[in-house]
Design a protein around this ligand. Sequence first.
Ligand SMILES: *Cc1c(COP(=O)(O)O)cnc(C)c1O
Length: 233
Amino acid sequence: MVSDTKDWNIKERILAVRERMAASAGRAERNVSEIALMGVTKTRTVAEMLTATPLIDCLGENRVQEAASKKQEWPSGVNAEWRLIGHLQGNKVRRALTLFDSIDSIDSVALALTVERIALELGRIVPVLIEVNTSGEVSKTGLGPDGFPELLDCVAGCRHLKLQGLMTMGPLTDNEVQVRKAFAFLRELAVEGRRRSGLALPVLSMGMSGDFEWAILEGSSMVRVGTLLFGSR
Ligand SMILES: *Cc1c(COP(=O)(O)O)cnc(C)c1O
């Protein structure tokens, strides 16, 4: 069957990425078991996601609506951790909290306060990451490093948010020095964040298909890989 070939391909690709993760962890003298592999599944079918799920640590989706329709098809017996990695609008927070186990893209005080208010209403504690724009590219939206202390204080003070750590996207270049500088910057920001908040902040979500090895060398604890696992979108 054609679909068997495709399943096999996805499994092979995941194992290949896991091997590369282990090699990078070895170079950095880190334990690869401390580094989670997120399968980024935007635009992928539920069938593809179900093939990948046993071999990855969590799923990353960018859009609330897409996740909602996938979850309707999702078999009730299959457990997976769903993490939102795309920008979240205030009017979609309630929906997002019914679908996702964590919100990895908290990038403003206003969004943090909205998630806190709705989590309180729902009686939930929501794991979150603060997403920082570390690349210095002005065209990119989101939270610049200058806004980090204020957002950190806000999230740390929200009783229904559980701050796990930070997330970033590397700059869109294949220049190793520039990309690694952005990842190193996030790592340093987490050090400052731990000092300031007293929280452990164990998660550093950084690295995608094109740069996950550099991210691991710079301390990533969660790589977000789409294209290398499922093919080009
Ligand atoms: C799409 C996406 C990824 C995965 O990108 P690939 O290059 O396909 O691995 C990771 N993180 C975020 C936030 C994304 O939007």
